[in-house]
Design a protein around this ligand. Structure first.
Ligand code: BGC
Length: 860
């Protein structure tokens, strides 16, 4: 069988259109092959540059992010790239062609002005409006481009046809630091003679109310559009004060509250001329982050008449996006209210807090094909009033940052499969331009702790490299802007006393998430780009005691949402806030030492290594007894100390892991961890020889557990272990979302331990294949489309007979660890048959005296 290259990409993007760096690194992925052990020994890059061919032959086994071999690209330059790689066996493969087109690298490339309509009331939501320009072309152009961005959100039409397939452009950034622009090929839309470009502007994240009530205009109170049409290299229409201003049929549109539309407004007469605003002061970026797109359509499954007589559509899936209307509806006003759950049979809107999440359409004009433009909702249900409701008239449109799916998991356990599906849906719903906490209530912010704990899962499920690298760029800028303190949310929105409050676990995202990305994609540039912000966080980001540990004065989120914390006080869990803060501090200090090492910063590597050893000793002194008991006697505390390797001796470690074993049984396998402990508890059990305890916890169905929401019909991961109480009532806590990914971080255990697939070296040049069957599972499979190509593992267990199959891509290898098997394999397809000795199953719980909060069936 031959070797093949299935894709060639530049930087972290699928398409080379609008590349944002002059010297883009190239990566190629191989197709699956039965050829065993194929390794690349050289590659040749052929670049077609203005008709001239350049060839670069390199003896190397590198195929991920190899350096651009030619002179840097100029703004707008178009080149075609192809790679042929060869192995020592003489076999070679040639990639598909990659067409690169450079974006605008310099501010001076922009001839356009930022333009707006008349000043709008700064204290009110800003009604959308349109900006229009007519221009004439003497011939049909062969190549036309639109470069565009906005302060606010925009859509564009050229000659009445929509431009591009993205939505909510330009996405959400820390607009005072960075502003993404988009490049569109509009060659097919322009005609000889008169042409019209119309931009539609909404307030979006830029000026809407965000975070605390009353806080709006965080980046400015004037919406603006910046657009530049270039035809065959000439500017033919740039935004300036000759553009007309027009009304919009969208009379109001806010992120939290939704959209109000008057479908009878068809007035295309200008109301005035555009005003020019100062050019954006932020850096204009052609981002590697994929745009937000419509990624899926969901048809309703049921029309419900509620006890109070309302009509509610059930889409059968909690999702993020909006509803498209499929026909011209008759009536005077259509109102659609969105919610994730029903309570007492009625729409459960209390979790939305102040967000109205409502679409209102004044009817009378066309509605067929209508969709909201500048907002989105998190919902499974929509209550519809004002028209006769027929299911066929509505389709849910799912939107998300359009990342490539890379990771999959499936097993013989249907509930665990549903849990995994819920994780994927939870991720999609919260990867809308920024990694958010939730998509529905009056929050929807880039909470740093949430993505910090979820990133290892996210990075496996989808190619997050461009998305997260873009967000981290904002994180670094916000960190510097706040004296080294990593804000709780990025883009920064004032949450507490008007300035960021230092929080471990949340702020530690500055170090952990770049490292997680490096582990998956081996892009040292991301580490380099974030390095100074990591150091800033450790140096000036928070107050320390003389011994280097956290000064225990500020509040912390700690093991947020520990199920033992009262619903209204999610930080009041059982683990000492500063135990978790300092455990993380020791860990991230060690990571910075490793990062400095990768970046070749030898002196820093040594400095942070020493600091790490010192902090570890201080931690041990403060929080660990000589025998290995931890001052917080909780699963989270023990898991942190074990997972981050914070003990001074094997005997301390042994005491701690025995104690964790005891606590897991004492808690009758219910979850008793929050944000700090949940992502690592099962991995830690498995790492410490307690695999069956991990499976037992995973398979628990009573509340709190991962499967409890599944038994309650959840289709996404909930914010709280019991967002919906067993009696069908919504949790009384004011912060109760049904679409939060943090607790879904358990999927990392499914991928790496149950499925048995993880990277052994950064970027997956070498993987570990080590499935560890357990519980009542009889089979599982997982796969990951790595930078080299597809890795896959599949196992079936029949009694003691374990059969394992694996796929390894070309130019990569894997260490295989099974009972009696310790081998390294190169590319190819493999299978093994071994004996699997399971441990204690089912593990026994400890029967203790009645404890507050124990479910009735555990009380003797
Ligand atoms: C968010 C969380 C976040 C937390 C920290 C909540 O409102 O939804 O997920 O991390 O606040 O305070």
């Amino acid at each position: 069988m031959a070797v093949s290259i299935t894709s060639l990409q530049a930087e972290h993007r699928e398409s080379g259109f609008g590349i944002g760096v002059p010297s883009p690194r190239l990566s190629w992925r191989y197709g699956t092959t039965t050829l065993q052990g194929w390794q690349q020994s050289s590659y040749e890059i052929v670049i077609d540059r203005g008709g001239k061919q350049e060839r670069y032959k390199v003896d190397s086994d590198a195929s991920n992010l190899v350096p651009w071999p030619s002179a840097p690209l100029a703004s707008r330059e178009k080149v075609t790239v192809k790679v042929t790689s060869s192995g020592a066996d003489g076999k070679s493969a040639t990639s598909p062609e990659l067409h690169l087109e450079a974006g605008l690298f310099d501010k001076s490339d922009w001839k356009a002005n930022l333009i707006s309509g008349p000043r709008q009331d700064p204290d009110q939501p800003k009604p959308p409006f349109r900006l229009r320009k007519t221009f004439t072309l003497s011939s049909v152009p062969s190549s036309s481009r639109l470069y565009a961005t906005a302060h606010g959100l925009y859509t564009v039409e050229v000659n009445g046809k929509p431009v591009g397939d993205n939505v909510l452009a330009p996405g959400w950034q820390s607009y005072n630091h960075h502003l993404n622009y988009q490049l569109y090929d509009i060659s097919d839309l322009l005609v000889k003679g008169e042409n019209v470009i119309t931009a539609h502007l909404g307030e979006g994240w830029f000026a809407t109310r965000l975070g605390k009530p009353g806080v709006r205009n965080l980046w400015g109170d004037r919406l603006g559009f910046l657009g530049q049409i270039e035809v065959d290299g000439q500017n033919v229409a740039v935004t300036d004060d000759s553009w007309d201003v027009l009304k919009s049929a969208v009379v109001n549109s806010e992120i939290y509250n939704g959209e109000t539309v008057d479908t009878t407004i068809t007035d295309d007469n200008p109301t005035g001329k555009a005003q020019t605003l100062p050019f954006p002061s932020s850096k204009l970026i052609a981002s590697d982050a994929p745009p937000v797109r419509r990624i899926k359509e969901v048809k309703p499954v049921e029309l419900i008449t509620t006890p109070s007589g309302k009509k509610v559509i059930d889409f059968g899936q909690n999702l993020v996006g909006w509803i498209r209307i499929e026909k011209d509806l008759k009536g005077s006003e259509l109102v659609m209210r969105h919610a994730e759950v029903l309570e007492d049979g009625e729409l459960g809107t209390r979790p939305l807090r102040e967000a109205k999440a409502t679409t209102t359409l004044k009817l009378g004009g066309p509605t067929k094909g209508w969709e909201p433009k500048f907002t989105f909702y998190g919902f499974r249900y929509a209550e519809i009033s004002g028209v006769d409701v027929h299911l066929a008239d509505y389709t849910a449109i799912v939107i998300a940052s359009d990342m490539k799916r890379t990771g999959h998991f499936e097993s013989s356990h249907s509930h665990i499969n549903q849990l995994h599906k819920n994780v994927v849906w939870g991720m999609l719903g919260n990867f809308v331009s920024v990694p958010t906490d939730c998509p529905q209530r009056d929050e929807r912010l880039g909470w740093t702790g949430d993505i910090q704990v979820f990133a290892p899962t996210a990075n496996y499920l989808f190619d997050t490299s461009g998305f997260l690298a873009g967000w981290l760029r904002d994180l670094a800028a916000e960190t510097f802007a706040h004296g080294g303190t990593v804000p709780e949310v990025v883009p920064y929105v004032p949450m507490h006393q008007g300035k960021p409050r230092p929080n471990s676990i949340w702020g530690d995202v500055a170090i952990i998430t770049p490292w997680d990305l490096y582990t998956m994609f081996a892009d040292a540039n991301i580490l380099e780009a974030q390095y100074d912000s990591m150091r800033a966080w450790l140096t000036t980001g928070f107050k320390r005691q003389a011994n280097g540990l956290w000064e225990p004065t500020d509040k912390q989120f700690g093991d947020w949402l520990d199920p033992k914390a009262p619903p209204q006080y999610p930080a009041h869990g059982a683990t000492d806030l500063f135990f978790s803060a300092n455990a993380y501090l020791v860990y991230v200090t060690r990571l910075v030492a490793s990062i400095a090492e990768v970046l070749g910063k030898k002196a820093d590597a040594e400095k942070y290594k020493q600091e790490y050893e010192h902090l570890k000793a201080e931690f041990n002194h403060e929080y660990v007894s000589p025998s290995g008991r931890t001052v917080s006697d909780t699963q989270t505390a023990l898991a942190l100390a074990l997972h981050f390797d914070l003990f001074a001796s094997e005997s301390q470690r042994k005491t701690a892991s025995d104690r964790l074993d005891w606590l897991v049984r004492w808690e009758s396998f219910k979850v008793s961890t929050g944000f700090a402990g949940t992502p690592i508890i099962l991995d830690t059990l498995a790492e410490n020889g307690k695999l069956e305890l991990a499976y037992r916890m995973l398979q628990e169905k009573d509340c709190p557990s991962w499967l409890y929401p599944v038994t309650m019909g959840a289709t996404t991961i909930w914010e709280r272990w019991d967002s919906m109480l067993p009696n069908g009532k919504i949790n009384p806590g004011q912060m109760t979302s049904f679409n939060h990914y943090a607790l879904g971080s358990v999927a990392h255990f499914l991928h790496t331990v149950v499925g048995g697939l993880s990277p052994l070296v950064p970027g997956w040049k070498k993987a570990l294949i080590k499935p560890q069957p357990g519980g009542t599972l009889t089979s599982a499979k997982t796969s990951f489309d790595s930078p080299y190509g597809l890795f896959a593992v599949e196992w079936t267990l029949n009694g003691e007979d374990l059969g394992v199959k694996a796929v390894v891509p070309p130019n990569a290898s894997a260490d295989v660890r099974l009972p009696g098997v310790e081998e390294t394999v190169g590319s190819g397809e493999y299978s093994w048959k071994v004996k699997w000795q399971r441990g204690e199953w089912p593990p026994q719980a400890l029967k203790g005296p009645t404890r507050v909060g124990m479910p009735d069936e555990f009380i003797p």
